[in-house]
Ligand binder design. Structure first.
Ligand code: SF4
Length: 412
């Protein structure tokens, strides 16, 4: 069966309803979409448009911005205009909390300029106002023909739902623990809100759901559950994943398990950037996650050995870095010129132990000399030894071979 452990491929995708966001399709078997979010003040259209453009150029196929004040809502159409002037087409998603109904009503040009609205059922409004405010946002989505993500979040659970489930829990022979109640509250909140949106008149192909939590095991449990209970397209992401390697590891661990099971139609890796670091890092991680799992291909990736005591220098690690950076730099041009170039595979290896073998598996591979080996570096092209490089211009020569290979192998 497709779930056989011998099968070296991701599992079958969970069937979901396709949703169109601008020109991008999420769900319905479409390639898994990479998205990200700005951290600029949306009231500032110059810096927000600039960051959206950076994220889009890095490969973010959808970009979300917070729309939290009347001035932010007023800035949205100006952001859209700036992006058009820059030739950036990426759909923009508006993230609304508490006052979305007022902002969409007060700024029709914002309601129109956004490609999707994101609302959180836990903080659409409180008490008696909640239902009418939720309905007001859904009606705007219907009026403007926009899809909506109903995004529940562990940090802002719908408290009336939690209270209701706690009451239900008393009637159970074996009551659920608090974590189970919270998971169910999150899922039920998303599913009930989706049902309500459909009752108001929003069609199923305009609804995406998410249930974000910050723990890896909880996220896997929540998404397995909601995936089995509906066929809405799902947005995956570990919320508050954190900074640096911790955020990357936690997000990759959680998302990889779900993606392998076919769950998830669009992903966001929520990383806290190091001070001064670019926001685009999360886009690169999302692409690398999908590509290393064999789900999509964006950029040729370099297979490199970690190095060990058999290598005489760190030169080969530098070479691996140089080659990966060269490919990333060239990709915007290559992507336009050469069909399929993102599937190219490269290997940079440190010695004869695994070097030639791994290099033969790649389209282009180089095996540098290890300790005690002759100072020569065989280059393998499509599995055959093609030439041997020597001396201190190996890096330049290898990059030249790569460029030449791309230009001759891939058709313009
Ligand atoms: Fe060490 Fe050679 Fe293996 Fe690289 S290929 S990790 S240098 S033994």
């Amino acid at each position: 069966s497709s779930s056989s452990p011998r099968n070296a491929e991701p599992g079958k995708r969970r069937p979901s309803v396709a949703v169109q966001i601008g020109k991008v399709i999420v769900g319905g078997g479409a390639p898994i979409v990479v998205q990200s979010m700005t951290n600029t003040d949306t009231e500032d259209p110059v810096s927000t448009a600039k960051q959206i453009a950076e994220l889009a150029r890095a490969g973010s196929e959808l970009v979300r911005i917070t729309v939290n004040t009347p001035a932010a809502a007023a800035a949205v159409p100006r952001i859209r205009e700036r992006l058009e002037m820059m030739g950036v087409e990426v759909p923009i998603i508006g993230d609304f909390h508490y006052n979305g109904h007022q902002l969409l009503e007060g700024e029709p040009a914002c309601a129109e300029a956004l490609a999707k609205y994101r609302i959180n059922p836990g903080n659409v409004g409180f008490g008696k106002k909640k239902d009418s405010q939720f309905a007001a946002i859904i009606e705007k989505a219907i009026q403007y023909g926009k899809p909506v993500r109903i995004g529940a979040n562990w940090g802002s659970l719908d408290q009336s739902m939690v209270a209701m489930l706690m009451d239900e829990n008393h009637t159970r022979a074996e009551p659920w623990d608090a974590a189970h109640v919270a998971r169910e509250a999150l899922i039920r909140s998303a599913l009930d809100s989706a049902l309500r949106a459909e009752e108001i008149g929003l069609s199923r192909d305009r609804i995406i759901l998410s249930c974000k939590v910050s723990g890896v095991q909880e996220l896997i449990a929540v998404y397995r559950d909601i995936a089995a209970r509906c066929d809405y397209a799902l947005h995956l992401g570990l919320t508050e994943a954190g900074m640096g390697s911790k955020g990357i590891t936690a997000s990759s661990a959680a998302l990889a398990v779900l993606l392998q099971e076919g769950i998830g139609d669009t992903i966001r890796i929520s990383l806290t950037p190091e001070p001064g670091a670019s926001r685009t890092g999360e886009v690169v991680v999302a692409q690398e996650l999908l590509q290393t799992m064999g789900l999509r291909a964006f950029t040729p990736l370099v297979t490199a050995c970690p190095g060990c005591g058999r290598t005489t220098s760190e030169f080969f690690q530098e070479l691996a870095k140089t080659v990966q950076a060269h490919v990333r730099d060239k990709m915007p041009e290559w992507r336009v010129k050469y069909d399929g170039v993102e599937n190219l595979t490269l290997a940079v290896m440190g010695c004869v132990v695994n070097g030639p073998g791994e290099s033969k598996h790649a389209n282009i591979g180089i095996s540098l000399p290890g300790n005690g080996e002759a100072p020569s570096a065989p280059v393998f092209i499509d599995g055959e030894k093609a030439m041997t490089l020597r001396g201190d211009r190996i890096a330049d020569e290898f990059v030249g071979i790569l460029d030449n290979y791309v230009a001759t192998r891939y058709q313009a």
